[in-house]
Design a protein around this ligand. Structure first.
Ligand code: SF4
Length: 385
């Protein structure tokens, strides 16, 4: 879309401020992983200082427009936010108004997790670290095109604990070519048996994204049955260690859930800052979504010229909005109103119905999209998901 296509949606601060998440996209990575289709670049580090200044400008303009009030959560994602020096990341965070108890997450490459960096993050107000671990098996990391050393993982979690981080996540990926059930079980056990285990684990099924090296090579595509057994293994191991699922691909110890992600799953308000960042504003009648220009160059050009970086927007209302709300809620332990799913034999073993709600079983979580396709829009009471 043209970068002059939209002046940006006018968003008014609600009279009674609701929860607001701010997502900051950092589109820089050292290397490109073979499965990655995110908006991130390995050859644009020279833009970092201008990029940070542009993000601060976008934050300032959003505040002036009433679109940004005290955030209850901030999430630096990417890309690799830890590619930015700590002072650069802190410059963006400092510009964002936050509630006193705001959750502030930074995604970090384990190899970037020096004490100096993590202490600087703490000082700047970061409260939660998320490490991209993926696997502890070197050959699996190689099959994913990841270039970090697994030995950096225990060091990163130890440094996070020493720096005072109580909330820590690790991201894992299963289903790479050459990964065995044992490799996957060992990865989970390695993470859970660390001296400083994370309170939150995200485990994602590898997907063969079009245009990526893995997407282009059928021999590297994951197998559905293997993915299903790996998921069940992850859920069993994590559940027996006291973690509870908070979304299909996310597990947390009690009190360690991710407030920012929970906002997404509730179809809440979030404001995206930076290239390719998406935003959503909810009100009673409809939801509005908008998204920024994808490349850092076009984003910078727009912001530096005093124009909006918004590339497009859409309004989501009526049945579509209700369906989205139900689909998001179905992927969490909150489930959906029981009346939102038909009472048919096909769903036996995939959902449990209790207290007027229908909640996915472990088997149901494996086929969450298929169950979603059976949702009955209009039959459930609105606002109850
Ligand atoms: S580190 Fe993350 S964002 Fe960067 S290339 Fe790898 S998967 Fe993509």
């Amino acid at each position: 879309m043209s970068e002059t296509a939209s002046p940006g949606p006018l968003v008014q601060r609600p009279q009674d401020p609701e929860e607001l998440g701010v997502y900051v996209h950092v589109p820089f990575c050292r290397d490109r992983c073979d499965y990655c289709a995110f908006a991130t670049y390995t050859d644009r580090d020279a833009l970092m200082e201008r990029y940070v200044a542009a993000c601060v400008t976008e934050v300032t303009r959003a505040m002036q427009a009433g679109a940004l009030w005290e955030a209850t959560s901030v999430f630096f994602g990417g890309g690799t936010p830890s590619r930015l020096s700590a002072p650069l990341l802190a410059a963006i965070l400092t510009a964002i108004p936050r509630t006193a108890d705001a959750e502030v997450t930074v995604e970090c490459n384990p190899e970037d997790a020096s004490m100096e960096r993590l202490c600087a993050y703490r000082e700047a107000g970061v409260t939660r670290m998320s490490f991209g671990v993926q696997s502890t098996a070197p050959h699996v990391l190689a099959a994913l095109g990841r270039r970090h050393d697994p030995a950096s993982v225990p060091r990163a979690l130890e440094a996070a604990a020493a720096a005072g981080f109580v909330l820590v996540n690790v991201d894992l990926v299963y289903g790479a070519q050459g990964e065995t059930d044992d490799d996957w079980a060992r990865t989970i056990d390695d993470v859970l048996s660390l001296p400083n285990p994370p309170g939150h684990v995200s485990a994602y099924a590898l997907t063969a994204e079009p245009g990526t090296p893995i997407g282009r090579d059928r021999a590297r595509h994951p197998d559905d049955d293997v993915q299903a057994s790996r998921y069940e293994l992850a859920d069993a191991r994590l559940s027996s260690a006291g973690y509870r699922w908070e979304e299909v691909s996310n597990w947390a110890l009690p009190g360690q859930g991710c407030r920012h992600n929970q906002l997404y799953w509730r179809q809440g308000n979030y404001l995206g800052i930076g290239a390719a960042a998406h935003s959503h504003r909810a009100d009673d009648a409809a939801g509005r979504r908008w998204w920024n220009l994808r490349t850092p160059e076009r984003y910078l050009k727009a912001v530096e010229a005093g124009r909006s970086p918004v590339a497009g927007e859409e309004r989501v209302e009526g049945d579509r909005r209700e369906l989205e709300r139900l689909m998001l809620s179905l992927r969490t332990p909150a489930g959906v109103p029981a009346s939102a799913l038909p009472d048919v034999a096909e769903l036996d073993g995939l959902v449990v119905r209790e207290g007027g709600r229908a909640v996915l079983t472990v088997r149901g979580r494996l086929v969450a999209n298929a169950v979603s396709s059976m949702l009955l829009v209009g039959s459930s009471s609105s606002g109850s998901s």
